[in-house]
Design a protein around this ligand. Structure first.
Ligand code: NIG
Ligand code: FE
Length: 407
């Protein structure tokens, strides 16, 4: 058993419901606090000196200076396994070029596919590890990573094997997701449906057999896969026992209703969700995931996070870190910016990057600081938790713990 502290404040996020709006007054704040950890699990939280007196044999991991402790962040949506970079796309976008013009001139998702296909598995392992470590330093202790830049049986499996290797060696918890249905590859001679059938027949069994991913994602969008095409694919995924998540309503509404229909774990993006989609999500158990990094990267409207919360939805906030639409890769900065535009309370932001994001990954063992939960922790050098959102990502963590171990 060890006692970590003292902290100026511990923000437990305990007692906040999974769904709906949250006021800052609902935050449980323990001042001059400590936390007892054993075998990676939280044993007790409370006033530091009382814990010290009550557990004199506990080894002390002393925290120097003023610090606020939060649960480790959960990033429930990323694409951080990729080759190349898309700064050329970004420059073109700044010059007013459209998505189509960029794609036609050799940019877009397809250029990342080409670069990722040309990359060795070892190089992908190296760059993905670097990205995971960057996120970990910034407080993200659980991170989802999608495939989707291979778009052939061979290259998708290469990506997933790279992700699996990083998962086996990283200190962070990594959750792989199969996104072979990101778009129909340009070199596939056949229809969208035929491509999806190929994935179902050739990739789904390998995912199971090699335990490469238990989650299936699809980009449901006019430019990718229609609602009807997606329905076929998701039906097959469901029948095979996979968990489901959807890139939904990014440019046109529709995907989120499918997420509700299939009881997906989450519907992500939602920039163009209308009242109908918002209500459907709020009345379901599907986590609504905002990806402000993509809005910032593309210069487009934010996910209607305020409306979703007021309607009663479970709002997660994720980075969508990818080379095309969300190159920043800084969850806390993006969540803080979303908050200013959408008028989210600090409690809503913190919930959205911890236990509500954990729900999008089907975890209930993390994301709050309570007895029995994982000791995934992040400490920021301040005596007031509000500084963390107020400084919009510029206040960096002092320390991060995974399963009770200091990283
Ligand atoms: O989540 N919307 C589709 N997919 C990614 C972007 C991928 C890319 O542009 O490389 C997203 O934003
Ligand atoms: Fe994405």
């Amino acid at each position: 058993m060890k006692l970590i502290g003292p902290f100026s404040q511990i923000i437990t996020l305990a007692g906040i419901p999974l769904k709906g709006a949250v006021k800052d007054e609902q935050l449980e704040i323990i001042s001059n606090a400590g936390i007892l950890v054993e075998n990676g699990i939280i044993q007790k939280l409370g006033e530091f000196q009382s814990l010290r007196n009550d557990f004199p044999k506990a080894e002390l991991e002393e925290i120097k200076g003023e610090n606020v402790l939060l649960p480790g962040f959960v990033d429930s949506h990323t694409h951080i396994c990729f080759g190349g970079n898309r700064s050329r796309d970004f420059a073109m976008r700044l010059n007013g070029k459209t998505y189509l013009e960029i794609a036609e001139s050799g940019g877009g998702i397809w250029s990342t596919v080409t670069n990722t296909r040309n990359e060795s598995k070892e190089n992908l392992i190296q760059s993905t590890t670097k990205n995971v470590n960057h996120a970990l330093q910034n407080g993200t202790t659980t991170i989802e990573i999608k495939s989707g830049y291979g778009l052939s049986v061979e290259s998708e499996l290469k990506m997933l094997e790279a992700i699996q290797f990083v998962k086996s060696t990283s200190e962070a918890d990594i959750i792989p997701t199969f996104l072979g249905a990101h778009m129909k590859p340009r070199d596939f001679e056949g229809s969208n449906s035929e491509y999806l059938e190929l994935l179902v027949n050739e990739v789904f069994p390998v995912l199971k057999e090699k335990k490469l991913a238990n989650r299936i994602d699809i980009f449901t969008e006019k430019s990718a896969f229609s609602v009807e095409e997606s329905r076929f694919y998701l039906q097959k995924a469901k029948e095979s026992g996979f968990e489901i998540t959807i890139h939904a309503d990014q440019f046109t509404p529709g995907g989120s209703l499918l997420a509700v229909e299939f009881a997906a774990l989450s519907a992500d993006h939602l920039e163009f969700s209308s009242e109908k989609e918002i209500q459907a999500l709020a009345n379901s158990d599907v986590v609504a995931t905002a990806l402000p990094g993509a809005s910032i990267g593309l210069g487009m409207q934010y996910t209607p996070a305020r409306k979703l919360l007021d309607a009663g939805a479970c709002l997660s906030i994720a980075s969508d870190w990818n080379p095309g639409s969300a190159p920043m890769g800084d969850l806390l900065t993006q969540a803080s910016i979303l908050a200013t535009f959408e008028k989210l309370s600090m409690a809503e932001v913190l919930s959205g990057i911890t236990f509500r994001a954990a729900k999008a990954l089907n975890f209930s063992d993390r994301g709050t600081l309570e007895i029995g939960k994982k000791a995934d922790l992040v400490a920021f050098p301040t005596n007031d938790f509000r500084d963390i959102i107020y400084l919009q990502g510029q206040l960096k963590p002092n320390s991060v713990w995974k399963n009770g171990n200091l990283i």
